[in-house]
Design a protein around this ligand. Structure first.
Ligand SMILES: Nc1ncnc2c1ncn2[C@@H]1O[C@H](COP(=O)(O)OP(=O)(O)OP(=O)(O)O)[C@@H](O)[C@H]1O
Ligand SMILES: [Mg+2]
Length: 380
């Protein structure tokens, strides 16, 4: 029986996770107590499709395996309320001996479970959150286990929620509680968030900006997933596929998935299958990654990127300034911003390249489109 095990959708854990071994080992060692887990705060940032969400998921898995409790959340509105009204009362009921009534009377109000919302209505969310977390981590402590809260898309969090959560994480750290926090988000907004006074605690986090993975890893993921799917692949076809992925994690899944889908003949997956797969993968990449990543950029940012897009490989920064007809200093400002935003990255001395593969092709294609649109407008 053969089935396609590639997972070309955001947030879905890959059949084979590659290129993140060192980080994942670190997570495992932390929850196993080899590294100190007290006050663990992790921040993962990167461009779309680099694998931030699945990396958060590996933190959850490592914690889970070690018996820790995990709360998995995203940053949509009401994060704090969901923690204090839903997640924590549920975990407390399962893991703490203190009955809700006792808990409630100690605070002079009705417990969270017995009294529904009254607990959170009478007390500010912050003190509720703190007492719930204190109680839960106290209850877990004797068994050497703790609690981890993971928050995806942290750039969209309500800053006030984050500030409150941060304060509690910091108390936890001071009191050496087994309380961990791991968050993930897009490069640019994360950098902005780190500058915000409400997110001070994130500046103390272990920050892991994640990028592309090596070719050997890409090849291993493709070959392994194809084999586990019940197919064989021609070795040259595998090389063509690995080259096309260009180290970009989302593309591993896209190229693999569409190559198997294109494979209709008996025998191994061929170069023709892979070529068709790559074309389909690139179309999806344009729609789901390039278009949204480039949309928020200013016109000058775009001009810089278009000047870069004339090259097939990395671009010389001097050459870009020349093409833009500006001073190297002026171009340098944009270069710094675009690097900070994760759109481009340094590629050796005086060289830059696009962070996500095929950005140049996408820009060239759309510049041509836009120009044609312009002509159509003029003529129409
Ligand atoms: N290390 C990896 N090895 C193999 N596949 C991966 C790896 N990391 C991510 N992927 C795959 O890439 C795709 C994107 O992963 P994920 O959703 O985690 O990206 P993301 O960085 O969270 O993107 P976004 O910014 O859109 O939220 C998924 O299909 C996932 O299975
Ligand atoms: Mg994600």
């Amino acid at each position: 029986m053969s089935r396609n095990l590639f997972r070309p959708s955001f947030g879905t854990y890959p059949h084979l996770m590659v290129g993140r071994d060192q980080l994942i080992d670190e997570f495992e060692d932390t929850f196993d107590g080899i590294l100190d887990p007290a006050g663990l705060t992790i921040l993962v940032s990167g461009q779309r499709g680099m694998g931030k969400t699945v990396l958060l998921d590996s933190i959850r898995r490592a914690a889970d395996t070690a018996g820790w409790l995990v709360i998995t959340e995203s940053s949509s509105n009401g994060l704090l309320a969901r923690l204090t009204r839903d997640h924590l009362p549920r975990l407390l009921q399962l893991h703490s001996d203190t009955s809700p009534t006792r808990l409630g009377s100690a605070n002079g109000t009705i417990g969270p479970l017995a009294g529904g919302a009254s607990w959170t209505e009478r007390y500010p969310a912050e003190s509720t959150l703190r007492s719930q977390i204190t109680e839960l981590t106290d209850a877990l402590q004797p068994s050497g286990r703790g609690l981890v809260i993971t928050v995806d898309e942290v750039q969209s969090a309500d800053i006030e929620d984050l500030r409150k959560l941060g304060e509690i994480i910091q108390y936890g750290r001071r009191e050496e509680r087994l309380l961990g926090f791991a968050a993930a988000g897009l490069s640019t907004p994360i950098e902005e968030l780190l500058d915000h006074p409400g997110a001070t605690f994130l500046r103390r986090a272990e920050h892991h900006p994640i990028g592309r993975v090596g070719r050997t890893d890409v090849r291993a993921a493709l070959a392994g997933t194809v084999a586990d799917s019940g197919y064989e692949i021609d070795v040259h076809a595998l090389d063509v596929a690995a080259d096309a992925v260009d180290g970009y994690p989302f593309m591993i899944q896209l190229v693999g998935y569409h190559s198997l889908k294109a494979h209709k003949t008996p025998g191994p997956v061929t170069i023709a299958d892979v070529t068709a797969g790559i074309a389909a993968a690139r179309r999806r990449l344009g729609r789901h990654v390039h278009t949204p990543a480039l949309r928020p950029l200013s016109n000058v940012d775009r001009t810089y990127l278009l000047a870069m897009a004339q090259d097939d490989g990395p671009s010389r920064t001097g050459k870009i300034a020349e093409r833009m007809d500006v001073t190297p200093q002026y171009a340098g400002e944009y270069r710094r911003r675009l690097i900070r935003d994760g759109i481009i990255e340094a590629a050796g001395h005086g060289l830059v390249r696009f962070t996500i593969p095929y950005t140049a092709e996408h820009l060239r294609q759309h510049a041509a489109h836009d120009a044609l649109d312009g002509l159509a407008d003029e003529n129409g």
